[in-house]
Design a protein around this ligand. Structure first.
Ligand code: FES
Ligand code: FES
Length: 896
């Protein structure tokens, strides 16, 4: 019998002393605030207090908890009132997706008990074991220091509507542990579990032996699924390019490809070893990015999936006082969201419901309908809270097999990926090999740009076509250049399927372009920032695709904002270097641009807002909030458009049965596209109210119980809602739709691929240890053209998080299939890796944006890696062309 106290309650438990404390808390006590991100002591998501000290609950066997006191995140709030620590996190936007948040809170709680007024270094030390993939940690540090030091100057104001630093609408749930992620939610009925056998080979054929005998030997297994059991065993992102099997049919193209699935009680599944399944493998030589034959797919001769091209002007006659050329190589990068994929499915009559983490519920619904050979109306997708996505949860993961199994069994089925499974089975950032060349005239004007990028899209297409199309459009960087040829090729290999990852190939291309800008500037003897400023795309300029930029193209303003910091940081670095030889400081600058939304493709969003007879207003938003804050943003926009306080609007989100299709959460499109849809919906509702009240456009609305009061020029008109006929529970409602105006690109890639572009410029100050080859970022300054910051706190948080991922891309992240399938060997930035970040929000409203806003999710990341790599070159003369800049690569690149 084990006796322990959990959040002050005494508990006697007779069970396995080796059970992990995290599992006990979650599964036995229902305290799902404690998250499991790795189950291996690497991520800190499961951090709880044991006798007041932080421990990883996934590493503590129940036997060790005997006689001790456990505190979890559920203990922090009192009767629903957030503790001061939670309130500080909420105020500062320190929780984005919220998956790491309980662990971060508990680690902080322990710190503050021992050290009530910690320094920044002590905060970093205390939270060193808690990984966060979203926030870039700076808001967490700010929150703790604010609370501990009662620094009232750093407290954010609240306000209302567009432009206000509103706390996240879903923040309290993330801070108390109440938020329901994929692994937290369970169907009410008895649930079976699903487990998949995955290929141990990157390229192989296989046959099954006697599966009937296997089933007979394991009677507890309720279902064994192979490819033959999948009604339509084919899926993929593009309607005309479906190439991926739910279960492989005798041939696997990447390590970890699912081969068969077992469904049954968790205990029964756990007793079965992979080798128990009768499978015979014939291993084939792997097709790699560098040895791309024989053909992996019949429809992709030469293993070329697709190609992209943008051409303009005449490269042969471009003036060239100076030329620069570079070859860049980047590797696989893992999304490393802290929440492993998870969910459950259940059949309800002739419908299937899938509750899972996803970035794209409507795409999932339609794809699942195809796989099950059902009508889309027979499929309901209910997104859970998403513990980070960054593009990785745009592809299907647990959904198809859960749906097939639950449909077949007519019983709920659940599946939670292990950390290793999450890393081996999901998409990655495309590895790339890039050659780029640029020229400038003697005055410092860019005259020519040539680019070719080969991208390894791995075993299946996934979002490879998107990368191949987006990269040539952006490859020049955000600069005016009249003569260019930018091409790309997406290659198949036996690598992991490469898909969407914050930037769709643009971050890789920017590394090449920004190195060229430094090279050209240096050859001309020009200041590197001034060189960029001279060539920066601005209002009225033509892009690589010949698109004329309208108002809101604010890269020049970004660079102007950085200029004083650039001068100061360079002076500081020079002073430091004058007296140091081993440690060298350097400052790098890089710019970026990013087209918002799909490339030359329709990507509409629809939002519905309505008022019930009791006066309650609800925004029905299908935009999935994966941590970026779209729930909060949509409400701020709708509240402003309707003319009511934010809190007057309730939210219904995500569920395909209750919301309209807002498109996927990707391509930095939700604020711009769905934000416009929310604005239009609320404006339409307001117009209807004003029409009924016969009031003018400046009238003030106030929603009351069963009525709306409309005050206009000294008169007050009351709309009685109780008499109005209701539809779907709403007496007044309006739908807003928005689809960004774009045009197809012609054979030379000319046209209008995006309705809006975000721009940014970032500075990085780094320190390079020339004996060890290590690089430390000391400071980042980021100037971002965001059009209009709907919520500055959330925008800053996106920028911080993007910078952290860009830093990881530059310095440490290198996924090796089969070797780094955990958060111990696959390094992502910790709180100690992130330097102070100064964020400068440049607000020049985009005429098409909702209240002028653009997206910032991907733009936040793109400039960071090139700025850091340029800073390393500035510090040492070492130009790193094979990314990440590991110590060995830095040492090898140092000038002799
Ligand atoms: S789940 Fe325990 S450290 Fe990651
Ligand atoms: S908020 Fe930290 S992992 Fe998402």
């Amino acid at each position: 019998m084990i006796e322990l106290s959990v959040n002050g309650a005494n508990i006697l438990w007779a069970g396995d002393p080796m059970l992990r404390l995290a599992d006990f808390l979650r599964d036995q006590l229902g305290l799902t605030g404690t998250k499991v991100g790795c189950n291996a002591g690497d991520c800190g998501a499961c951090t709880v207090l044991l006798d007041g000290n932080q421990v990883g609950a996934c590493l503590v066997p129940m036997g060790q908890a005997d006689g001790r006191a456990v505190e979890t995140v559920e203990s922090l709030a009192t009767h629903g009132i957030l503790s001061a620590l939670q309130a500080a996190f909420l105020r500062h936007g320190a929780a984005q997706c919220g998956f790491c948040t309980p662990g971060a809170l508990m680690a902080t709680a322990s710190l503050l008990r021992h050290t009530p007024t910690p320094s920044e270094a002590q905060v970093q030390d205390a939270l060193g074991g808690v990984l966060c993939r979203c926030t870039g940690y700076r808001k967490i540090i700010d929150a703790v220091l604010d609370l501990a030091n009662a620094d009232s100057t750093s407290r954010n104001s609240i306000g209302d509507g567009v432009g206000a630093r509103r706390p996240r609408v879903d923040g309290a749930a993330k801070l108390t542990g109440a938020e329901g992620f994929g692994a937290d939610l369970l169907p009410e009925d008895d649930v079976l579990h699903l487990r998949v056998l995955r290929s141990p080979h990157p390229h192989a054929r296989f046959t099954f032996g006697d599966l009937a005998a296997f089933r007979a030997a394991h009677p507890a297994i309720a279902l064994l699924l192979t490819a033959a059991d999948i009604p339509n065993n084919l899926y993929g992102i593009y309607p005309d390019g479906k190439d991926q099997k739910v279960l492989a049919d005798g041939y696997v193209r990447h390590l970890g490809e699912p081969v068969c699935a077992l469904v049954g009680p968790a205990v029964a599944l756990a007793t079965i070893l992979d080798v128990d399944l009768p499978i015979t493998w014939t291993v084939l030589p792997p097709i790699t990015f560098t040895a791309s034959s024989p053909n992996l797919h019949p429809h992709a001769p030469g293993n070329i999936l697709c190609q992209g091209r943008v051409a303009r002007g005449d490269l042969t006659h471009a003036a060239a006082a100076v030329r620069a050329i570079i070859n860049v190589q980047t590797g696989l990068v893992e999304h490393a969201y802290l929440e492993p994929e998870a969910g459950f499915a259940q059949r309800l009559g002739d419908r299937i419901e899938v509750t899972a983490c996803t970035q794209t519920p409507y795409m999932d619904r339609d794809e699942l309908a195809l796989i099950l050979r059902l009508a889309p109306s027979q499929v309901r997708v209910i997104p859970t809270a998403v513990g980070g996505g960054f593009g990785g949860k745009l592809d299907l993961s647990v959904q198809p097999l859960l749906a097939v199994a639950a449909w077949r069994l007519n019983q709920p089925v659940r599946w939670v990926y292990t950390r290793a499974e999450s890393m081996v089975a999901t998409t990655k950032r495309h590895p790339s090999r890039i050659t780029a060349e640029a020229a400038a005239d003697s005055t410092g004007c860019l005259t020519a740009f040539r680019f070719h990028g080969d991208f390894d899209t791995g075993a299946y297409a996934s979002w490879g076509p998107t990368v191949a199309n987006r990269v040539p459009v952006h490859a020049t960087g955000p600069y005016r250049v009249g003569n260019l040829l930018c091409t790309s090729t997406a290659w198949h290999s036996n690598g992991p399927p490469a898909g969407a990852f914050r930037g769709f190939g643009v971050p890789q291309a920017a590394i090449a372009a920004e190195a060229l800008m430094d090279d050209l500037a240096d050859q001309l003897g020009h200041d590197r920032l001034a060189f960029r400023r001279r060539n920066a795309l601005g209002v009225g300029d033509a892009t690589a695709t010949g698109q004329l930029l309208g108002a809101g193209a604010a890269l020049p303003a970004c660079l102007d904002a950085l200029a004083p910091r650039w001068a100061a940081l360079r002076a500081d670095a020079a002073t430091f270097n004058a007296s140091n030889t081993v440690l060298r400081h350097g400052v790098g600058v890089a710019c970026m641009w990013y087209g918002i939304g799909n490339t030359s493709m329709s990507n509409p969003s629809a939002m519905r807002i309505g008022i019930a007879a009791d006066g309650r207003c609800t925004l029905f938003s299908g935009a999935v909030d994966i941590g970026q804050g779209s729930n909060t943003i949509m409400r701020q926009i709708a509240a402003t458009a309707l003319g009511v306080p934010d809190d007057a609007i309730a939210l219904v989100t995500g569920d395909t049965d209750t919301t309209l299709d807002a498109g996927k959460t990707s391509a930095s499109r939700q604020t711009f596209v769905s934000g416009n849809a929310a604005r239009l919906a609320a404006e339409g509702l307001r117009a209807e109210i004003l029409r009924r009240a016969n009031a003018g456009p400046t009238a003030r609305l106030s929603l009351g119980a069963g009525k709306i009061e409309v005050r206009d020029q000294g008169t007050c008109h009351t709309l009685d809602l109780t008499d109005l006929p209701a539809e779907d529970g709403l007496v007044l409602q309006h739908i807003g739709t928005f689809d960004p105006p774009t045009t197809p690109l012609d054979a030379n890639g000319q046209g209008v691929p995006y309705a809006s572009y975000a721009f940014a410029a970032q500075l990085a100050l780094v320190e390079v240890d020339t004996r060890l080859g290590t690089v430390r970022a000391l400071r980042i300054v980021a100037a971002h053209d965001v059009g209009r910051a709907i919520n500055p706190t959330l925008v800053e948080g996106q920028i911080h998080g993007g910078i952290a991922q860009g830093l990881g891309l530059a310095l440490m992240e290198d996924y090796v299939p089969g070797r780094t399938d955990n958060l111990h060997d696959y390094l992502i930035p910790t709180i100690g890796d992130i330097p102070p970040i100064e964020t400068l929000l440049i607000e020049q409203p985009d005429p098409l944006g909702p209240y002028g806003a653009k997206g910032v999710g991907e733009p936040a990341l793109v400039a960071t890696a090139p700025a850091i790599l340029n800073a390393i070159a500035d510090a040492t003369g070492a130009r790193i062309t094979h990314i990440p800049a590991t110590p060995a690569r830095v040492l090898a690149a140092l000038p002799r």
